[in-house]
Design a protein around this ligand. Structure first.
Ligand code: SF4
Ligand code: MSK
Length: 661
């Protein structure tokens, strides 16, 4: 009897968990894998979210300080000061600045790595890496005033990398890359004192300012947070995107697919996960080698499927059309398919739980970077002096693991959606204006004529605190209905791809009339995939192009444009949010910063920044409320620009169509 009851209770518990799982994720592929995890007794981040449910309120409100060992100190009404006398304002601002440093350092170290690679190539030490896009090299060099006539690619690359490296190392000079911003914005940065000097200096200075007994003025600390973030968006991250384009090619529209259903039963499945394209580009190159195809065949596989996770996925999607297995919260779920021979990780967003999940299957987790090892993973240091051999060794090892796959444990969801990605700024210009008249003019005109209400960037991660991909999905659907052109990066972009939003057909069926007309005339989806997390700098680049094109004001602030980080979780998202606000773009957060313990810090971030930069943060946890707020912000910008007059609705005629090409 007792055994019967126990079984009944267990069955009920399982049923309850299956019901709960449906509230954790939006897409059916993820749901199927969460339910499989229950059967396979595998713990995921969604379970650990439950065990971490009662998160520390001091941490969440930003008033826990462990900067010195007199502490840790926690601020309460009864204990309003730390042992040193630091107030909630100082502590919350210091913690916030340190988060911005974390994000800035991550993007910038990624950028530095690429710049050093470009420099090696220029010196003839590329070891198999080459400059794939010389046009991009010349285009970027010209931005920095480098004379390119009669020079070899190597000479140009050497001069350019000198400038880039100076942007990392400079002690006194302002970043050269700041000059890529609209003139007026540069003036605002100088006036407010947030124009950054070298990226490395900004990060070191921030760590100095926040150590015990240095900077205690919350405003001064927060201003340095914005200054540091600008060294990211208009420094490290922007340099990373430009250098990736030079090294691996400027993205242009291409077809691919996204979601766990891209994995195949009959092939060796290799996942590439992280952020940097250096290794993943080589893997996608090496996998095409006939020797590798033969090797896979000999192992009984019908071929090899390489699929991406997180922003490594976005990098190789944008340039090679490599399929996407999933975004951040699907990294464990992809392994749970039981069909993955190897997950190769580089840097950032790779959960340390992966080897434990992999231990339930035959999957091998392989770390490749000296700075990013993982307990329980196999480390195969990627030899950048012999990259093709290194990549082949990794792939062969995955093929060797194919025989260990247990068919009983394999269940690959069928879901995957087609998508078009590859919308670099250059590609957008080309799509809008054609080869000879590539420009943003048709887009500016569409905004001025009210076919497009404005532009919204939906960026960032997903987070188990929210139903994964739900907020970003609702936002995207509702905004395009209201004629807002949506641009996306990072894990949010993957969510949109999985949902099937990134095809021109989706515009025809779901976008508002004005946006649908523009999408049809130009041949673009209503939601443009602009790349990885570092590629948020492409959004700033696009905004700058729109300003330069004319008719919509003389600064990024004032454009009918908004940024949203609906489900963010990473420090990188904080840095991104800060450089967007400092660039004049209002940013809506779907979940909170950890600053609520200081009214002053909160007010500064959510209100006072408007005065300083013309934009601020807005915390809006409900997606429909966010939609309404976004429309308000876009309309206010349109009013201020004097373009919100009711224009007579007319369909795109032939002249309009021609001018869009
Ligand atoms: Fe406490 Fe001040 Fe030390 Fe922070 S710096 S732990 S508030 S004594
Ligand atoms: S990968 S930073 S979870 S977007 Fe760029 Fe996704 Fe956020 Fe990592």
């Amino acid at each position: 009897m007792a055994a019967d009851k126990e079984k009944k209770d267990k069955d009920q518990e399982l049923k309850d968990k299956i019901v709960e799982n449906a509230n954790k994720v939006v897409d059916n592929a993820s749901l199927a894998m969460l339910n499989k995890a229950l059967d396979d007794c595998v713990e995921t981040c969604f379970d650990r979210m439950e065990t971490q449910k009662n998160q520390c309120t001091f941490g969440k409100s930003g008033v826990c300080c462990r900067i010195c060992h007199m502490g840790p100190c926690r601020i309460t009404p009864k204990a309003p000061k730390g042992i040193c006398g630091a107030t909630a304002d100082t502590i919350a601002a210091r913690n916030f600045l340190r988060e911005v440093v974390g994000g800035t350092a991550a993007h910038s170290d990624h950028g530095r790595h690429l710049v050093l690679k470009l420099r090696e190539i220029a010196k003839g030490e590329g070891h198999g890496y080459t400059i794939k896009d010389e046009k991009a090299l010349v285009r970027v060099a010209k931005l920095y005033g480098i004379e390119t006539e009669d020079k070899t690619a190597s000479q140009i690359a050497l001069e350019l990398t000198d400038i880039f490296l100076h942007d990392f190392m400079s002690q006194e000079d302002y970043l050269a890359t700041l000059a890529l911003a609209p003139q007026k914005r540069q003036g605002i940065w100088q006036q407010t004192g947030v124009a950054p000097k070298g990226v490395d200096r900004m990060c070191v200075e921030a760590m100095h300012r926040t150590t015990m007994g240095v900077d205690h003025d919350y405003k001064n600390l927060l201003m340095h947070a914005f200054r540091t973030s600008l060294a990211d968006g208009w420094g490290g991250a922007r340099i990373a995107s430009m250098t990736s384009d030079i090294l691996f090619g400027t993205p242009a529209p291409l077809k691919s697919a996204a979601n766990l259903g891209v994995l195949k039963n009959e092939t060796v499945n290799i996942l590439i996960h992280g952020h940097e394209p250096t290794l993943s580009e080589m893997l996608t190159f090496a996998v095409k080698d006939p020797e590798i195809a033969e090797y896979a065949k000999a192992a009984g596989a019908e071929g090899i499927t390489i699929a991406g996770v997180c922003c490594t996925a976005n990098e190789v999607l944008m340039r090679q059309g490599v399929v996407i297995a999933g975004n951040s919260l699907q990294q464990e779920l992809a392994v749970i398919t039981g069909a993955v021979e190897m997950m190769v990780i580089d840097v950032q967003c790779c959960m340390p739980a992966l080897p434990e999940v992999a231990a339930h299957y035959h999957t091998e987790i392989v770390s490749t970077q000296e700075i990013a090892k993982m307990a329980g993973a196999t480390h195969m240091g990627f030899d950048e002096e012999a990259p093709i051999e290194s990549a082949k060794n990794i792939i062969k090892r995955a093929i060797d693991n194919f025989k260990n796959r247990d068919p009983e444990k394999v269940k690959i969801p069928s879901e995957h959606e087609p998508l078009i990605a590859g919308f670099s700024v250059d590609a957008i210009k080309y799509m809008l204006g054609g080869k000879y008249r590539a420009s943003f003019r048709p887009l500016n005109d569409a905004i001025i004529q009210n076919r497009i209400l404005g532009i919204v960037g939906i960026v960032g991660c997903n987070n188990p605190k929210q139903r994964a991909d739900s907020y970003s999905g609702i936002l995207a659907e509702e905004l395009i209905k209201r004629n807002v052109l949506v641009i996306e990066t990072g894990c949010a972009a993957i969510a949109a791809g999985k949902a099937g939003y990134m095809t021109p057909e989706y515009a025809r069926e779901h976008a508002g009339a004005g946006l649908a007309e523009v999408c049809e005339a130009v041949g673009i989806p209503p939601i443009l995939h602009m790349g990885s997390c570092v590629d948020n700098s492409r959004i700033l680049e696009a905004a700058t192009e729109i300003v330069k094109e004319g008719g919509l004001g003389d600064d990024i602030a004032g454009l009918p444009a908004v940024g949203v980080a609906p489900e963010w979780m990473s420090e990188k998202a904080i840095a991104i949010g800060c450089y967007c606000v400092a660039s004049g773009v209002d940013v809506i957060l779907g979940n909170e910063f950890y600053v609520s313990g200081s009214e002053k810090v909160s007010k500064f971030l959510y209100e006072d920044t408007k005065e300083l930069f013309g934009a601020s943060f807005h915390l809006i946890e409900d997606p429909m409320e966010a939609v309404e707020r976004i429309i308000e912000i876009l309309n206010a910008a349109r009013d201020a620009l004097g373009i919100n007059k009711k224009v007579e609705r007319k369909l795109f005629d032939m002249a309009d169509r021609r001018s869009a090409h």
